[in-house]
Design a binder for this molecule. Structure first.
Ligand code: SF4
Length: 720
């Protein structure tokens, strides 16, 4: 590996979860800098997400796009992400200006990369500029060196991939020894050809004795990484993990962690049982409650769904005896995987591979294309990871194109073949074409928002239909908001989840507000007011996990038994108290749940200001497709007409208003749903301290000390 630039440095020790150092790279000049962070910074802009939001607010501008040299790719963990004594650590965020949304995106990812980066002395890595050639960054805490090298070649096949390139790189670096002390982030060539490129986090799993991977899937962070010319980042540190986070009060951290581990070990087997099944367990729930996206979210339930329930994957692919944590100390251990799967399709057919997953989201991204085939799901999972494609955006965009074919907006001639629901050969072909940027795959790689415009142009040229009317139709079932594809929950019947997707600052990804389970499965927020309140509270708590470097699942997916005795069991407050204890004990300050909410609200508001600056922050950008609110087309209404008629009767003011014809009933239902969503916007904006256009009020920003000159000018531009 030919070195292009390198420095020697003193490894800063971790104290109370922070090193107060950021590693900055300018790939245009290949400059490497270590930056001291003022202590005030970490108090105000907490951890991974906070550092990323603040850097992008300060150092990019309204013209910055994903491919601008000044765009920054930030990888940052928070103060709590490096602690084997507490379950669910090891997480970090990757954040940047997104190729899909043109505004701030952050994607949460696990593995050993961020803990090792912290042990190498850095709270965050910030990458600017664009390199003329592909490079690799090596941060070696053991040697006290940071180097930018030419990206080595391992042959055409391996160079094209993300997983196998990363493995080859680690092998080269370590002389063939995989170890937990070395980790990498990398992505494949598909990330160069699609806007929804991912970043793989590669780490050695000593139980499975192989390199494993987790993904930062959403919003195209991998596309930005490859566009900058950064092929991979390697980190190494051999410091012992158990002291690596160096909390101020170790005893209290130990206590909080032990309490949460006990809740997990006692409650998870009686609840979702993620430790045994992994997230595929959700397929059965989602199918039962009509929430599983089938044929581009047209239907939520299917008789074939049992073919892909968790027991099938457990029996056929997952190794039962292996506890699968994605970082040390996580006893929820939901990160399932499969060994020695022989690929039957695509360019690597015949090869034996290990596959990490599938997670629920990947399973549902395949049902979104009308496919219920476990072997295809496994291969889809592996190829997306290897190519560097987001399984969600890939599946939703494929589903959108399939529906365009179903409804006649695209012909087989436009596509090059029959892109029909459930056709595995066609879906597989589209996947490989997308990764390679060929044929219709080139359009698919642009995501739903841009594909809608391409389809409309083709269709209107062929049929002479009106462009405006065509776009109106495509907007009904093009499942994106702000340019990001929906994640995998049908929200037609959950007003709370509609808001959860529509108001999400990065676009419709459930990590900001996954309310579908408490709203529809548990029915714990039945009233309009409760839903509106949940849409203020849950996003703040959920995004705090991304700020401090933690996984949400031990909090949200394992209910503490004492939560049942609280005013709002869905908030799982008894477990949140453990988090407050852990946070305070690590940084050496007493912290309450309210402090967590306040820290998070400041970040939420600053992210909102970035959205406004990028032209994506107002009420118009919280609109959701008609299909997200109800049965957009008559065939969807017909598939559950009894249920919809019952719903309509309950929600009409007078029984006499119940329409006679099914077509009128369908339209009346859609009208009620659209009105309810608009009322929800008003209510939630008020609760968040925004005006009716979704712009924060001056006093809201003042409360968090965010009303500087730049923010003031932006408010004025929006007439506030
Ligand atoms: S709960 Fe699952 S995803 Fe979260 S840290 Fe543990 S193993 Fe990883």
């Amino acid at each position: 590996m030919k070195t292009l630039n390198s420095i020697r440095y003193e490894v800063a020790p971790v104290c109370g979860g922070y090193t107060d150092q950021v590693l900055e790279l300018d790939l245009s000049s290949l400059a490497i800098s270590t930056i001291d962070v003022e202590p005030v910074y970490r108090r105000t802009y907490v951890g991974g997400r906070g550092y990323a939001i603040k850097m992008i607010w300060d150092q990019t501008n309204k013209e910055t796009r994903y491919d601008s040299p000044e765009n920054i790719l930030v990888m940052a963990s928070g103060p709590l992400g490096n602690e084997p004594r507490f379950p669910g650590t090891g997480k970090f965020v990757v954040a940047t200006i997104s190729p899909l949304t043109d505004t701030f995106i952050d994607s949460n990812i696990g593995g050993h990369f961020a803990p090792l980066l912290k042990m190498c002395g850095f709270d965050a890595l910030a990458i600017k500029g664009i390199s003329r050639e592909e490079v690799v960054l090596i941060v070696d805490g053991d040697e006290g060196t940071i180097a930018i090298t030419e990206a080595p070649s391992f042959g055409k096949d391996i160079d094209a991939g993300g997983l196998r390139y990363g493995e080859a790189l680690i092998r080269e670096f370590t002389g063939g020894q995989f170890t937990e002390n070395v980790a990498a982030v990398t992505t494949g060539n598909g990330a160069l050809n699609a806007r929804f490129g991912i970043i793989n986090s590669l780490f050695y799993d000593r139980r499975r004795r192989r390199m494993r991977s987790k993904q930062a899937g959403r919003g195209g962070t991998g596309t930005v990484m490859r566009f900058k010319g950064l092929r991979a980042v390697l980190v190494r540190s051999s410091l012992p993990r158990v002291q690596a986070n160096n909390p101020i009060d170790k005893q209290s951290v130990q206590e909080a962690g032990a309490k949460l581990k006990k809740v997990i070990s006692q409650q998870d087997p009686q609840q979702l049982n993620l430790g045994a099944w992994g997230t595929p367990v959700l397929v059965e729930y989602m199918n039962k409650f009509h929430l599983l996206p089938i044929n581009n979210y047209q239907y939520g339930n299917h008789t074939d769904a049992a073919r892909i329930f968790a027991d099938v994957f457990l029996e056929r692919y997952f190794e039962r005896k292996v506890p699968d944590g994605c970082y040390m100390g996580c006893n929820l251990a939901c990160a399932k995987g499969a060994e020695n799967v022989i690929l039957t399709r695509g360019p690597r057919a015949g090869e034996k591979v290990g596959i990490d997953g599938p997670e629920y989201e990947t399973l549902a991204a395949v049902t979104c294309q009308g496919i219920f085939d476990p072997p295809y799901i496994m291969e889809y999972n592996w190829y997306c990871d290897e190519y560097g494609l987001d399984t969600i955006s890939m599946g939703v965009t494929a589903g959108f194109l399939m529906e365009c074919f179903q409804r006649g907006y695209l012909s087989a001639q436009d596509i090059g073949y029959e892109l029909a629901w459930g056709n595995i050969d066609a879906a597989d072909r589209l996947l490989h074409e997308t990764a390679e940027g060929r044929g219709i795959g080139k359009i698919c790689g642009q995501g739903v928002y841009r594909a809608k415009h391409w389809v409309a142009e083709r269709y209107t040229a062929r049929t002479k239909a009106s462009m405006a009317e065509t776009m109106t139709e495509l907007n009904k079932f093009g499942m994106e908001v702000k340019g990001l594809e929906f994640s995998m929950y049908i929200c037609k019947e959950s007003l709370a989840q509609q808001g959860g997707y529509g108001f999400s600052l990065k676009g419709p990804q459930h990590d900001e507000a996954w309310l579908i389970f408490i709203d529809q499965v548990h029915n714990e927020i039945p009233t309009f007011e409760m839903k509106a309140q949940a849409l203020k509270w849950f996003p703040l708590v959920r995004t705090w996990f991304n700020a401090v470097g933690l996984c949400k699942l031990p909090w949200i997916d394992v209910r503490h038994p004492a939560a049942a005795d609280t005013d709002n069991p869905s908030q799982n407050q008894p477990t949140l108290q453990y988090y407050a204890q852990y946070y305070g004990a690590t940084i050496g300050e007493k912290k309450s749940v309210q402090d967590i909410l306040d820290d998070s609200e400041r970040l939420h508001l600053l992210q909102k200001m970035i959205n406004l600056r990028q032209g994506k922050g107002t009420r118009a950008f919280d609109r959701i497709p008609l299909r997200a609110m109800g049965p957009a087309y008559f065939n969807e209404y017909q598939s559950r007409s009894d249920y919809y008629d019952e719903w309509l009767k309950e929600h009409l003011e007078e029984e006499k208003d119940f329409p006679l014809s099914p077509e009128e009933r369908h339209q009346a239902l859609l009208k009620l749903r659209q009105d309810a969503y608009q009322r929800l916007c008003d209510e939630v904006y008020k609760a968040k301290g925004y005006n009716s256009m979704a712009v924060p009020l001056r006093k809201t920003l003042e409360r968090f000390d965010l009303l500087d000159e730049k923010a003031e000018a932006l408010l004025q531009a929006y007439g506030v």
